[in-house]
Design a protein around this ligand. Sequence first.
Ligand code: G4P
Length: 526
Amino acid sequence: MSEFLTELRRRRTFAIISHPDAGKTTLTEKLLLFGGAIQLAGSVKGRKAARHATSDWMEMEKQRGISVTTSVMQFEHKDTIFNLLDTPGHEDFSEDTYRTLTAVDSALMVIDSAKGVEERTIKLMEVCRLRDTPILTFINKLDREGREPIELLDEIERILSIQCAPMTWPIGMGKRFKGVYQLYADAIQLFNPSHGDRVVEGEVIQGLDNPRLDEILGDQADELRMEIELVRGASHEFDKKTYLAGKQTPVFFGSAINNFGVLELLDAFADNAPPPQSRQARERVVEPDEEKFTGFVFKIQANMDPAHRDRIAFLRICSGKYVKGMRMHHVRIGKAVQIANAITFQADTRTNIEEAYPGDIIGLHNHGTIQVGDTFSQGETLKYEGVPYFAPELFRRVVLKDPLRAKALQKGLQQLTEEGATQLFRPLKNNDLILGAVGVLQFDVTAFRLKSEYNVECVYDNVPVTTARWVGCDDPKKLEEFKRKAFDNLAEDGSGYLVYLASSRVNLQLTQERWPDIRFSATREL
Ligand code: G4P
């Protein structure tokens, strides 16, 4: 096999989806610990401090600096190279989090065993659904009292509409947590708490009937045997095809903080998760093993390093190989560009890279010409699809402090919203500027950047808007009628598309019922 194919096939590009506090950061650290981190793990810890975001702007600067170093983490395990794309989750949650999910080939879902399926996970799962992304599940914190495992699987199946295939099964929980049974290896991995960087392998007992099990577990051994019989009868068997189709999720139990269950998870990931997949462009489907380079930008991040003050466009390679100094075709503007200094992000420094393969992420320096959703190729006119805008859920009216700076404000907002973390809406009925976001910190970031980069000071007012939908209709007459009747609720987004701003979910629902011919969509293709 050619070196190119070998490199391509050993890549796994993924993201973690979870609700805040389920253990994403902890699990990330452990994955990097088990998988010899090519890029250092130390920076992940840094993010915990950054979690307590404030609108203090030094703090924010620091936070952005840190979060960028962890935007892409590369590590190796079992000859497999993992690209873990960070999905900001706490106050730093934003549309970038959603869009990052369009750039992965699979996802890892982390669930807190005491809390089950939580709201943020549901939303992130909806985004994964758009591309039927395969999902592996890790149920965390078994060292604490949590809910019954069978009940958790039921909940995942019911709320997330995906089959669960348990791969391991926990033996007790909390104080009685003894380890996990591996359903397919017929082996019991005993729990041996080991915090920190120490990896202590617990004893492994082969076979559920092994008398050694009774010695160690006492009564719990028979309980386990009965439970496993039930589980085998009542749950789905793992089927790789169904998993790869995004219809079934293999489930692992463990405790990230205790390094327990992480290695099994990682092994299964290396064995089963998909390598870089083919991808739909408007013109055709592109295969990852095509010789010519193609890729798309899913995120733009600014001022990552206060000393540089530039913007970096994150590009996911879809086919071909990146080689330092190569010429790329910037499809949207129809120009050739020479990319001499694409970067990858190591713990504290940025490093130039020599080559990169499908599934890898490279950072391109951007001086305002690159937008989220842009495609790069080696000459072919190609536009990758499936990198959408998502309907914001938080809205603020921008109020300018110095009315003479109105022009600068417009320009600043236009450019900042092009980066994709916030969206701008202009109501048809007045000259308001309404900013929409999915994470609240983005408003502070925008205000702070307007001040530091455009010398514009603004504050925010609340607006009676709770959600937005892009509006469309095949019948121009109907659309005109709708525009007249719903005029007060309509706005244009940054690209001039028509958007319905709803004051409440009920209002949206009623409007949808009243106008069955109008399409209301929660995403808009870039
Ligand atoms: P997140 O990134 O998903 O938000 O979660 P994070 O890893 O920060 O974990 C949230 C909290 O849960 C942390 O506690 C973390 O230590 C704890 N945690 C993670 N995995 C496990 C586990 O397997 N068992 C138990 N018992 N706890 C776990 P914290 O008190 O918020 O932070 P810290 O002071 O411990 O750092």
